[in-house]
Design a protein around this ligand. Structure first.
Ligand code: GLP
Length: 260
């Protein structure tokens, strides 16, 4: 796991965007895994700016989403499909038809989860999965105690996550109880996992993910098992780490030919 500590949340966007741009230069038809939430927004903003400057095209790329609420009407502004369209897809040349999301309106949700995994397989797998982290250590909507081998499935949110996400809704009662999420095992299949986090409220979760034991109690800790995981965090969210000097040293002395 590579840990990159940047000064402020504003520094996260350009660095992670450069990873995505580098990938698309090497393989324009890459498959991106897109996440919702506040954390990836600076990355989307940097990519949109780069696209406007003509530095990157998504025309041949595809994308899959990480997770989704169950029970919101199609097109609800807080459905993650809609959030990702509004925050990113509608501002670049990625065709909306190339954005693949689980069908959370299907009568048979379990079959829709199996189909979503099959869709990822048909696309050839995810090249770069963007991730945030929940304050309780979740990735996607894989809450503590999620199997580290889990696949895309329907699951129930923990009360803390419902509370954390209430800020996006007009009232806390509106936050759905159920979600579909890529499993931890699905996330681990991505060829490159890039997790971004910022803010003091992520300090404990980041420390547990990077330096704690690999445990289903902290689903993000499964990234320690990933052969190519990059964690890009600001000073505030890195404050609980013990080896910050080592991470900084490794980043400063990283050979130029060695891309994240
Ligand atoms: C939600 C999402 C996660 C996201 C997490 C943190 O629960 N399902 O994918 O990483 O919240 O969100 P934020 O980046 O807004 O703090």
């Amino acid at each position: 796991m590579d840990v990159v500590i940047v000064e402020s949340p504003a520094d996260i966007g350009p660095l992670v965007a450069s990873m995505v741009i580098g990938l698309l230069e090497r393989r324009p038809g890459s498959v991106l895994g897109l996440a919702a939430g506040d954390s990836p927004v600076p990355v989307y903003e940097s990519l949109i700016e780069a696209h406007r400057r003509g530095e990157v095209s998504f025309a041949e790329a595809s994308a899959v989403t990480l997770d989704e609420y169950v029970g919101l009407p199609p097109g609800h502004p807080q459905s993650y499909r809609q959030v990702i369209i509004d925050d990113f897809v509608s501002h670049v040349d990625l065709p909306v038809s190339s954005l693949h999301t689980p069908d959370v309106h299907a009568a048979d949700l379990s079959a829709a989860c199996v189909e979503f995994e099959a869709q990822i397989g048909r696309l050839g797998g995810v090249d770069l999965q963007l991730l945030g982290i929940g304050a309780n250590g979740h990735i996607g909507f894989n809450e503590p105690s999620s199997s580290l081998a889990s696949r895309t499935r329907i699951t129930t949110l923990h009360p803390r996550t419902r509370g954390d996400n209430a800020r996006f809704f007009t009232s806390a009662a509106e936050v759905p109880y159920h979600v579909v999420t890529q499993g931890v095992g699905t996330v681990l299949d991505a060829r490159h996992a890039v997790l971004v986090a910022s803010g003091e409220h992520k300090r404990q979760a980041v420390a547990a993910m990077v330096e704690g034991p690999v445990t289903a109690f902290v689903p993000a800790s499964a990234l320690q098992l990933h052969p190519h995981a990059t964690v890009v965090i600001d000073e505030a969210s890195a404050a609980g780490l013990q080896l910050t000097e080592c991470y900084r040293f490794a980043h400063e002395h990283r050979p130029r030919w060695c891309q994240y």
